[in-house]
Write a protein that binds this ligand. Structure first.
Ligand code: DLL
Length: 433
């Protein structure tokens, strides 16, 4: 029997969902027009006034918002509530030049935590559960979001944050954790450690909520078998609040989008044309309840399919498939969002060339990142020691920029294959989609 955190909302009729969306969209458009100059200018630039948006049917008229807008408006340009009403920021992982800062009022946090609570209840969480949250806490949204959701459900919450696997396993076994929240790759690492330490019969986990990066159905089956759980997907992004934009239910056939808070569209990433539901394309979200940082038609760059229909769990919210790739070049490596341009920036700052290659692989359950870069002709004559020093400096600079450790090899000039068309700079051999 399916359980819900907010049954009336989660099982509302399509007409009711539409009515909420129509009304809340109009309110949000008026809210940004009245409170945010950046939005007002963006709307004016295409000749729009708030009165032009009367319902969801008018959504297409609004211009898209992209990460570039967020960067341009950094830090306060898109804040749409007075600073005195904002109580928190969160930020995207591991980036300097490309950092996105999202703001929250107390009400924004409350609604976000409701979304996470819905996700937890959908996987069977109740107030009798012990919920171990090993997503990162701090600026990353994973820890705070699921932590808040877990509190709302009334679970005993273990705010573990990421890393320190021995301690994770000790708490998991000693306190009898039943719900595990982390990235799928960390879940796989925990499974491996549990096997190595022979702890399998001491764990009481029954469900896992895994997201923040791509993972396959094969990985789901593997995690379910090794941890003796049901493994569920959860999706979200910092810009839209964090985890809980959509979540899987017991059917495990896609993630219900919390449509009372977000309107989803699918577009052709090349032309920007809106595609009918059911088409594969880039997902665009409009937040319709956020106050401090509302986003109108935000291009996620995530490629997926929306599917509307009756779900056996009783929920009526449209489902999105697992993301099937991205329409930009962002990589997610060990949970950290990495743009190749950031790596290039580091290499050039260290006096190297732009002849480089980024190799991403997955050894066992852990992503590996290797950067090969050609030395300059001047460096070529240098001693091996100085080459090692440059490699070490790049490792340090990459760690400072991205927060993750990469293997770096400085190679001979002209040893990286030249391309006649677009340079193939990224070779990602992980099988994620
Ligand atoms: O990853 C929020 C989150 C935390 C989601 C915990 C789920 C669980 P960002 O760091 O801003 O936010 O990264 C957002 O991660 O645009 C997708 O490309 C990717 N992503 C998030 N969830 C999934 C998922 C968090 N379930 C970016 N499957 C998004 C595949 C995902 N990719």
């Amino acid at each position: 029997m399916a359980a819900y955190y907010q049954k009336e909302i989660e099982t509302a009729s399509y007409e009711q969902i539409r009515a909420w969306q129509d009304e809340r969209l109009v309110n949000t458009v008026n809210h940004v027009w009245n409170n945010n100059e950046y939005y007002r200018n963006k709307m004016k630039a295409v000749g729009l006034e708030p009165g032009d948006i009367q319902s969801r049917d008018d959504l297409w008229k609004l211009p898209f918002l992209t990460k570039d807008d967020l960067r341009e408006a950094y830090p306060y340009g898109l804040m749409s509530a007075p600073l005195s009403d904002c109580v928190r920021i969160q930020s995207t992982s591991g980036t300097t030049g490309k950092r996105v800062v999202a703001f929250y009022t107390q009400e924004d946090i409350d609604l976000w935590e409701d979304c996470c609570a819905r996700a937890l209840v959908a996987v069977g969480a109740t107030k009798d559960d012990v919920c171990q949250v090993c997503y990162g806490y701090g600026l990353f949204t994973g820890g705070p979001g699921l932590n808040g959701g877990s509190h709302k459900v009334g679970c005993l919450t273990l705010p573990m944050s990421s890393g320190n696997t021995d301690r994770q396993l000790q708490f998991m076994t000693d306190l009898g954790a039943t719900i595990l929240c982390c990235t799928p790759s960390y879940a796989a690492y925990l499974a491996e450690s549990i096997e190595e330490k022979g702890l399998r019969d001491q764990i009481k986990l029954k469900a896992g909520i895994f997201g923040a990066e791509a993972w396959t159905e094969e990985m789901r089956h593997d995690l379910e078998r090794r941890l003796g759980i049901k493994a569920y997907d959860i999706y979200g992004l910092t810009e839209l609040s964090g985890p809980g934009v959509s979540f899987e239910c017991e059917e495990q056939t896609g993630m219900h989008i919390n449509e009372d808070h977000f309107i989803a569209e699918t577009i052709d990433p090349e032309t920007g044309k809106v595609l009918p539901e059911g088409s594969r394309g880039e997902i665009v979200f409009t937040s319709i309840t956020k106050k401090a940082f509302p986003l109108l038609r935000y291009r996620t760059k995530d490629i997926a399919v929306l599917k509307r229909g009756v779900c056996s769990c009783g929920r009526t919210f449209v489902k999105m498939s697992k993301p099937m790739g991205r329409s930009d070049d962002m990589l997610i490596i060990r949970g950290v969002n990495v743009f190749p341009s950031q790596i290039e920036e580091v290499l050039l700052a260290q006096g190297l060339t732009s002849n480089y290659q980024i190799l991403v692989d997955r050894a066992g359950t852990t992503d590996s990142l290797e950067v090969k870069v050609e030395m300059t002709p001047e460096l070529f004559s240098d001693k091996i020691d100085s080459i090692h020093k440059i490699e070490a400096d790049i490792v340090t600079a990459l760690k400072a920029m991205l927060g993750i450790t990469a293997k770096v090899s400085v190679v001979e000039p002209k040893s990286i294959v030249r391309s006649e068309g677009k340079a193939v700079r990224v070779i990602d051999t992980r099988k994620l989609y």
